[in-house]
Write a protein of this length. Structure first.
Length: 204
């Protein structure tokens, strides 16, 4: 494995991952800083809760885009090992961004693109798990945790390479860690149901 190429891939993907979609949107559109609203989390779910579903979906798209670009670059440069290095670096950057004092999102949007990079069948599996759990429970956090657990299980079941299974396991571990507060509230029965804010006219 080319050490120079690997190092540049990891550094570049970490920096791209550190560009947070929700924070970028709040600055470009001059709306309230998402880190001071709702749960304080800089992710798509909190954007939807505070600023409306449209902003949440746009945030999700931006975060998924960087995951797609990083895994694509990794695949082109180093194959499956590149997907592992680039994807994981992007996810770490998203969760612990150097540009925002290492406080970022929880990794679901990026994680979805990592699942797609592993295999389209794995991607479909985790998407189905997410919507099934989230719609029945009305709790995005529960859907997110269950999805992260389904990722390595599906990767193993579909016979993916060792590098891809390692990526899936690392993604699961990081997403579960980022949702530790949500898990405590789920166990306590205090985790709120998901409700998107209604769109507001004009600038906030």
């Amino acid at each position: 494995m080319d050490i120079v190429t690997s190092t540049l891939l990891v550094a570049g993907c970490y920096l791209l991952g550190s560009v947070n979609g929700s924070i970028l949107l709040t600055r470009l559109l001059r709306i309230r800083d998402i880190r001071t609203q709702g749960s304080g989390n800089a992710g798509a779910t909190n954007m939807a809760r505070v600023h409306g579903l449209g902003y949440g979906l746009l945030t999700m798209f931006l975060d998924m885009l960087k995951g797609f670009l990083c895994t694509l670059a990794g695949r082109l440069l180093l194959g499956d090992m590149g997907i592992l290095l680039g994807g994981l670096a992007c996810l770490i950057g998203h969760c612990f961004p150097v540009f925002y004092r290492f406080k970022g999102g929880k990794g679901i949007s990026v994680g979805a693109m990592l699942a797609l990079a592993v295999d389209w069948k794995v991607f479909i599996t985790v998407v189905v798990v997410f919507f099934a759990v989230a719609l029945v429970s009305r709790k995005v956090s529960l859907g997110s945790v269950c999805t992260s657990i389904a990722f390595p299980i599906a990767s193993f079941a579909f016979g993916e390479s060792r590098a891809k299974i390692v990526l899936a396991l690392c993604t699961m571990a990081l997403i579960v860690f980022q949702h530790r507060g949500n898990i405590r509230r789920l166990l306590d029965g205090t985790e709120p149901d998901f409700r998107a804010a209604k769109p507001k006219k004009g600038k906030e």
